[in-house]
Design a protein around this ligand. Structure first.
Ligand code: GRF
Length: 192
């Protein structure tokens, strides 16, 4: 299965996929890693010998132009799946339709609670005692697509956004790898 991974940040979720592939735990080929800006995730991809590409919003006239450029950059790698692993951009409906049912996102909260860019901060501010993470398919809403897998994480009394997010990410990396493995094994795996 050919996978393109999109990142915006430190790329630890990407690293867990790369490590699992290397260890023979995933029959996946990470054919490229893309980002919306230079970031550590791109550096990790380079270190692993994976092709990389950048599609930066500032280089395009408007959001649709950026979306079309991103869509073409991804499509050029003919991926079976696209994994948004800490990719902090909202893509438009046309891009989602082009890869319908084949974009996977990981979100650091138990959706449908706390969607958006600050899932950990918002859960903490609300005072929940349990939060977690969600691996889901991307649809044209923000963090609204069909849920593939979830795991719970207890909120500790002295948690900060950082400490809570770190504990979430420990489970997130494992669940993302496991979910990709399950998609590969699934008979409904859409090939094209
Ligand atoms: C993850 O928790 C992801 O769900 C969130 O940002 C974090 C990215 O971490 N949107 P990394 O870049 O994979 O280390």
């Amino acid at each position: 299965m050919r996978v393109v991974v999109m990142v915006s940040g430190s790329g630890t979720n990407l690293q867990s996929i790369v490590d699992a592939v290397k260890a023979g735990q995933l029959p996946t080929e990470v054919v490229a890693v893309g980002a919306d800006k230079p970031c550590q995730g791109i550096e990790r991809a380079v270190a692993a010998g994976i092709e990389t590409f950048l599609v930066q919003p500032a280089d395009y006239q408007d959001r649709p132009a950026w979306n079309r450029a991103l869509e073409e950059a991804i499509a050029a790698y003919r991926p079976d799946y696209i994994v948004f692993a800490g990719f902090m951009r909202i893509v438009d409906a046309q891009l989602v339709d082009r890869f319908a049912g084949r974009i996977i996102n990981t979100h650091p909260a138990l959706l449908p609670s706390f969607p958006g860019a600050h899932g950990v901060r918002d859960a903490l501010a609300h005072g929940v005692k349990v939060t977690g993470l969600t691996v889901h398919l991307v649809d044209s809403g923000v963090d609204t697509g069909p849920i593939l897998a979830q795991a719970a994480v207890d909120v500790l009394p002295d948690d900060t956004e950082e400490t809570l997010h770190e504990r979430i990410k420990l489970k997130e990396r494992a669940l993302l790898v496991k979910t990709i493995g399950q998609l590969e094994a699934s008979p409904s795996n859409p090939q094209f």
